[in-house]
Design a protein around this ligand. Sequence first.
Ligand code: ATP
Ligand code: MG
Length: 465
Amino acid sequence: MPENLWTSEDLVAAAKGRAERANGRPIAGISIDTRTLAPGDLFVALKDQRDGHAFVGAAFKAGAAAALVSEAYEPGPNDGPLIRVRDTLSALENIGRAARARLAPEARVIAVTGSAGKTGTKDMLRAALSRLGPTHGADKSFNNHWGVPLTLARMPATTRFGVFEIGMNHAGEITPLVALVRPHVAIITTVEPVHLAQFPSVEAIAEAKAEIFTGLEPGGTAIINRDNPHFELLRRRAEARGARVVAFGQDGRADVRPKVAELSSEGTVMEVDVGGRQVHMRVAVPGIHIARNALAVAAAIDAAGGDLDEALPALAALAPPPGRGTRTELSFQGGRILLIDESYNANPASMRAALAVLGTVPRDAFRRRIAVLGDMLELGEYEKTHHVALKEAVDAAGTDLVFACGPNMAHLFSALEPSRQGAWAPSSQELRDPLFAALAPGDVVMIKGSNGSRMGPLAEALRGT
Ligand SMILES: Nc1ncnc2c1ncn2[C@@H]1O[C@H](COP(=O)(O)OP(=O)(O)OP(=O)(O)O)[C@@H](O)[C@H]1O
Ligand SMILES: [Mg+2]
C-alpha cells in the first residue's frame, strides 16, 4: 500500500482553503488533468489554456477524492469534497511550499536549470539517488509556473532526495520558483544562445539562470559548468549569495573532471576526479554533452552527501528521455536502419551535440550518416547565422546526407556542398516522401529540430515503416 500523500486536513491547511462537503478521505496524489487523474487524487482546477473548472465533474467521475476550486465555482450534482480558494494556482503554490517545509531536516533538495540538459540531468539524478533513499522528482519537463509547484505538491513527506527542474523563457521567472523549491544544491548545466528573441544577449541569459542561486538554502552548493564561457559570471553570482561553488567540466581547474574519458556511440566511460577522489562512471547515453551533465550529477550527489559508488552505477542502465537520443533499430527492405530520435527539441548547442553523436556511429555497422534537420526556433535576429554555422558540425560528423525542412534550415541547406544535399522541403510533412525514397538498409538517421518544427511525427512515421 503506498502511503497517502496528504491527509485531507493537512491539505486544506496547506492550501489555505475552506473545506466544503469534507469526508476526511486522504489524498493519494495531485492531478491537474482528468485524462491522467488516478482514483484518490486531488483535482486542481487550474486556468491555463482552458479553465479546469469545466472538468471538475469529470474528475469526480474518474474517482477524484476532492477538488481544489475557486470561490466562484458552482458545484455539479455529482461533486464530492471541495476545497475553496481565491486562486487555484496560488493554492497549488501554497501546497508546494508546505510539502517542502514538512521534509525532514536531513532531506536534500536539488534544483536543475540551464539552456539544455535539464530533464536529462534531472532523470540521471533521480535514477542515481533512488539507490540511496526515497527520491522524488518531476515527471517529464514540468519546469514552469505550474509544473514546479505541482511537482512540489506531489512530494511525499518521507522524501530523502527531491529533484526539481526549473525552466524559464524570460528574466525573473526562476526567482519565484526557486523560492518555493529552496534547494540545498543548485545546478546550471550550461548557458547557450537559446530564447535569443526574448533576451538582449547571452550574458542576459546567464544572469537569468543565476537567479537559481537566490533560492539556495544557507550553506548551499552551486554547481557550475567550468567549460562554459559564462562560468565567471555565474560563479560571482553564486558567491554573492554565500554559496559554495563546485565547478564541473573538462577544464583542468574544475573540481569534478574526467581524468580519462572514452566516448563512443555506446556511451561514455570515465574515471572522474571528484574533489580529489577517484570514481568510475559509465553513462549509457552517448555524447560529450551528456557526459558533462553526468559530471554535474556526480558533483550534486556528492554535495548532497550521497555515496557516489552506490549511486552512480544507475547511469550505466539509464536510457534517454523520449526524443532526446532514443535509439531504435528498424527493419528496412531486408536490412536495418538505426534511428536516433532527437526530435524533442533543438537549439544550436544541442544540435551540435546530436550531430557529434551521429559522427560516432561506427561505419562498419551503419555505412551512411543521414541528418534530418528541422528549424531551430526562437533565435531572434541571429536565426540565419546559427543555422548556417551548423555546416561545420555537419561536416565534422562526416554526415553523408542532410534532409532539411523549414525556412531557417534552408539557409544551412544551401550552404552545404551539393554532394551532402539530400532534399529540402518547407515542412516536416513535405520532407517525408523525399526522405523515405532515399533511405536504404545500413543508414543511420538522426532526426532533430525545435518542438515547433514537428520532427516527432517524422520519427514516428519512420518507426512505423
Ligand atoms: N549540456 C548540454 N549541451 C547541449 N545540449 C545538451 C546538453 N544536455 C543535453 N543536451 C541536449 O539537449 C536536448 C534537450 O535535452 P533536455 O530535454 O534534457 O533539456 P531541457 O533543458 O530539459 O529542455 P527544455 O527546456 O525543453 O525542458 C537533447 O537533445 C539533449 O541531448
Ligand atoms: Mg526539460
